[in-house]
Design a protein around this ligand. Structure first.
Ligand SMILES: NC(=O)c1ccc[n+]([C@@H]2O[C@H](COP(=O)([O-])OP(=O)(O)OC[C@H]3O[C@@H](n4cnc5c(N)ncnc54)[C@H](OP(=O)(O)O)[C@@H]3O)[C@@H](O)[C@H]2O)c1
Length: 307
């Protein structure tokens, strides 16, 4: 059994990560967070402070601590010999760092040099759906509008939503703005291109935070090179891994489930070869923790085959 560190264990992603690891039978799991949380308990585990020394000696380290802490801690854990899977944006677009959704580009995970990046929580379900459609008809362009839940901003923001009066709930945007677009919109574009290995793909995203606890939804409009009938797209997506057809996908239906839900697949009359669809996915599971675990499982399985 691999010795596993979950760094950021007290956070929204880290808590789900611990539950999923224990559910999947991993039994040598250790919880780490900042000095603030040292000594507390999460998922039945005692939390330790994440320091480079404390993180030495692990086979796998999962990081969900935010970019600044990842930039400090991840390179040292890599040097100490761990396979590191990082959920922050810090290394995702770095050349040479695989950015992996196992069902889409799992082979890239095996090219790692100690570090694999876990994509953005909206990018993961989007690429699960785009990949099979691209193989069927060739993607020409992608437009996406996201409706992202509050847990995507972390455990504290989620608690704030649960505590505030419903009358105060509103749409919001809480990402960095460069005067033209939010960094979240750039991430969806650039990460999608990297994962699909389509560096020139036209991708345009508009992101909004909605007052929903868990589960991100996305409306997607694609143009394909070849005509793609909605019925054919439905057949293709029915067979796609980690995708489940649902007449009207909502965050509530997706929360707590592993698959991305996809539906409302229809012709887009505003574009030649246009197709429109709607998806929803649990941002803490497949959008974050589950995808990271699957990435590590892929690498561990390849090691046991090689041994
Ligand atoms: N939530 C999502 O749906 C989602 C999806 C995709 C990606 N992500 C990314 O995943 C990361 C974590 O997100 P989250 O939503 O889980 O955030 P969160 O709920 O705010 O949790 C952050 C975690 O990081 C720990 N931490 C912060 N600074 C640290 C430091 N210097 N050293 C060690 N631990 C530190 C915190 O520990 P304390 O409790 O001790 O402060 C906490 O465990 C972020 O990079 C985020 O962008 C999140």
């Amino acid at each position: 059994m691999p010795r596993i560190a979950v760094v950021g264990a007290t956070g929204a992603v880290g808590r789900v990560m611990i539950d999923l690891l224990l559910e999947r039978g991993f039994d040598d799991v250790h919880a780490f967070a900042s000095a603030r949380s040292a000594g507390t308990q999460v998922g039945g585990l005692r939390v330790e402070e994440a320091t480079p020394d404390a993180l030495a000696g692990f086979d796998v380290c999962f990081f969900s601590v935010g970019s600044r802490a990842s930039r400090e801690l991840v390179p040292r854990a890599v040097r100490a010999g761990a396979l590191c899977v990082d959920k922050s944006e810090a290394f995702r677009l770095e050349p040479g760092v695989p950015l992996v959704v196992p069902e889409v580009n799992g082979g890239r995970a095996l090219e790692h040099d100690g570090l694999i990046a876990n994509p953005n929580c909206s990018t993961i379900p989007l690429t699960l759906v785009l990949k099979p459609l691209h193989e069927e008809a060739g993607l020409r362009s992608v437009r996406v509008a996201t409706y992202q839940s509050v847990s995507g901003k972390g455990a504290q923001r989620l608690q704030q939503l649960l505590d505030e009066p419903q009358a105060e709930h509103d749409l919001s945007v809480d990402w960095d703005y460069d005067g033209e677009e939010f960094d979240e919109e750039m991430k969806i574009r650039e990460e999608t291109r990297k994962i699909l290995e389509l560096p020139e793909l036209a991708v345009s995203a508009t992101c909004v935070r909605v007052p929903v606890p868990v589960g991100h939804a996305e409306s997607v409009w694609i143009e394909t090179q070849e005509p793609l009938a909605p019925a054919r797209a439905r057949d293709v997506l029915r067979k796609a891994p980690s995708v489940r057809l649902e007449d009207f996908p909502t965050p509530g239906k997706a929360a707590g489930r592993d698959d991305a839900l996809v539906g409302r697949i229809r012709r887009d009359p505003a574009a030649e070869n246009g197709l429109s669809l709607h998806l929803a996915c649990d941002n803490l599971r497949k959008g974050a923790a589950l995808n990271g675990i699957q990435v590590a499982e892929l690498v561990l399985a390849s090691r046991s085959v090689a041994a």
